[in-house]
Design a protein around this ligand. Structure first.
Ligand code: PMP
Length: 404
C-alpha cells in the first residue's frame, strides 16, 4: 500500500497556503518539489563541506570532492551506466543537449539528415536548428497523430543512409506520451545513426537502463526528480564522448595549458569546465536515493492511478478536451475547455491555491499541430492525492462557470 501521507510529510512546501487555500501543487512537469532529506543535504553541504573540488589538498576540498564523486556513482547506478566517466554533470537538460549539438558541428556534412520528433521541447529543437545552420545538415520531423503518438511508419520512411542523428523525448512534457524509444534506437542504429533521448520528463516516472536501451546519449535535469535546479546529467557512450570535442574551455577540463597549445583532460572532466554546481550535484544524488527508496515501480503505479482518476473526472466536464490520449502515457494531462483561454483557467485556479501550468509548455509545434494557443497542464507526482484531483476538478468547474 502506497503511504502517501507519510511521503507528503517529507515535503515541507506542501504545508503552505496560497491565496488563503492549501497549496495543491500540480505543476510537477515544470519542476518537482524537494523533500526534507534533500534539503538537509543542501544545508549540510554549506554548513560542513563547502569547498572547491578536485584540486585541493585540504580536508574540506577532499570531502566535498568525495561527496560529489559519490553522487556521480549514484547517477551511474541509477541509469545502469557502464562507466562512471560516461556521466557528465551539466547544468541541466538544455545544457546537455547544447553540449552534444555543439560537438556534432565537426562531424556533419552538408546534406546529412537529422530526425526530430514532432513533440519535442524547444530545448531539443533549437540547438539542432543551430547545428543545421552551422553545417548545412537538414532537420526532418517524425510526425504524430491526434492522440499524440509518433507515426512510426513515417519514421521508417524518413530513415536512410543520410540520417546521422535521431533525437526524441522519452516522455513528452506537454502531452505525457511515452515514446517507443527502444524501437527508435534499434531502427536508427540499423542505418548507422546515433540517438539522443531527452529523458527530462521520463525521469520522475521511469527508471531508464541505458545499456539495455543501447542509447548513445540520455539526458535529464535533477529538478524533475526532487533535486535542485541548475544541475543535470549527460550520459554518453564512451566512444561518442571521446569523439566529441569539448564544449566549453576553462579550468578543470585541461591536461596541459601553454600559450602555444592546450591538451584536454580525460572524461568526464573534458566536458566539465569551471567550478560546477557542487552542492547541486550532491543533492542530485540524494534526490535519486530518496526516489529509489520509495521505488520507481511503486511511484509509477500510484501515479497511473492518479492519472486514470483525474482523466475520468476531468472528462465529466462538458466541453473539456484532453490533448495527448496515447495508450502509453504518464501522469501529465493537457486540456482546454471550449471557448475559454487556458491562461484564464490557470489564473482562477491559482486563486484557489491550485498550481497548474498554462501556455505552450516550451513545445509550440505541438500547439500548432492542434491549432491552439496553449493548454492547461496538470501534472501529477507521487506526493499528490486523489483529494487534490477532486480540488482540481472542482476548481475547473468553478472557473468554467465564471468564464462562460
Ligand atoms: N525536455 C523536456 C522533455 C522537459 O520536460 C524539459 C523541462 N521542462 C526540458 C527538456 C528542459 O529542461 P531544463 O529547463 O531543466 O534544461
Amino acid at each position: 500500500m502506497f503511504n502517501v501521507s507519510k511521503i507528503r510529510a517529507d515535503f515541507p512546501i506542501l504545508n503552505r497556503e496560497v491565496n488563503g487555500k492549501p497549496l495543491v501543487y500540480l505543476d510537477n512537469a515544470a519542476t518537482s518539489q524537494t523533500p526534507k532529506q534533500v534539503i538537509d543535504v543542501i544545508v549540510d553541504y554549506y554548513q560542513r563541506l563547502n569547498a572547491n573540488i578536485h584540486r585541493g589538498v585540504h580536508t574540506l576540498s577532499q570531502e566535498a570532492t568525495d561527496a560529489y564523486e559519490q553522487a556521480r556513482l549514484k547517477i551511474q547506478a541509477h541509469f545502469n551506466i557502464a562507466k562512471s566517466h560516461e556521466v557528465i554533470f551539466t547544468s541541466g537538460t538544455t545544457h546537455s543537449i547544447n553540449l552534444v549539438a555543439n560537438g556534432f558541428t565537426s562531424l556533419l556534412n552538408k546534406g546529412d539528415e537529422l530526425l526530430v520528433s514532432a513533440m519535442e521541447h524547444h530545448s531539443n529543437i533549437v540547438p539542432w536548428q543551430m547545428l543545421c545552420e552551422r553545417t548545412g545538415a537538414v532537420l526532418k520531423v517524425i510526425p504524430m497523430n491526434e492522440n499524440g503518438e509518433l507515426l512510426m511508419a513515417k519514421f521508417d520512411g524518413l530513415l536512410s543512409h543520410k540520417t546521422k542523428l535521431v533525437f526524441c523525448n522519452h516522455v513528452s512534457n506537454a502531452l505525457g506520451t511515452i515514446n517507443p524509444i527502444q524501437e527508435i534506437i534499434q531502427k536508427a542504429h540499423a542505418v548507422g545513426a546515433a540517438v539522443l533521448i531527452d529523458g527530462a520528463q521520463a525521469s520522475p516516472h521511469i527508471k531508464a537502463d541505458v545499456q539495455e536501451l543501447d542509447v548513445d546519449f540520455y539526458i535529464i535535469s535533477a529538478h524533475k526528480v526532487c533535486g535542485p535546479t541548475g544541475v543535470g546529467m549527460l550520459y554518453g557512450k564512451e566512444s561518442w564522448l571521446k569523439k566529441l570535442p569539448p564544449y566549453q574551455g576553462g579550468g578543470e577540463m585541461i591536461a596541459e595549458v601553454t600559450f602555444e597549445e592546450t591538451t584536454y583532460a580525460d572524461l568526464p572532466h573534458k566536458f566539465e569546465a569551471g567550478t560546477p554546481n557542487i552542492c547541486g550535484g550532491i543533492a542530485f544524488g540524494a534526490a535519486l536515493d530518496y526516489m529509489n527508496a520509495i521505488g520507481f515501480d511503486a511511484i509509477a503505479s500510484y501515479e497511473n492511478e492518479l492519472l486514470d482518476y483525474a482523466t475520468q473526472e476531468l472528462l465529466k466536464i462538458q466541453g473539456l478536451k484532453i490533448y495527448g490520449t496515447a495508450a502509453n502515457k504518464t501522469s501529465v494531462i493537457s486540456f482546454n475547455i471550449q471557448g475559454i483561454h487556458p491562461y484564464d483557467i490557470g489564473t482562477i485556479l491559482d486563486k484557489l491555491g491550485i498550481a497548474v501550468r498554462t501556455g505552450h509548455h516550451c513545445a509550440q509545434p505541438i500547439m500548432d499541430f492542434y491549432k491552439i494557443p496553449g493548454t492547461v497542464r496538470a501534472s501529477f507526482s507521487f506526493y499528490n492525492t486523489k483529494e487534490e484531483v477532486d480540488v482540481l476538478v472542482e476548481g475547473v468547474n468553478r472557473a468554467k462557470a465564471m468564464l462562460l
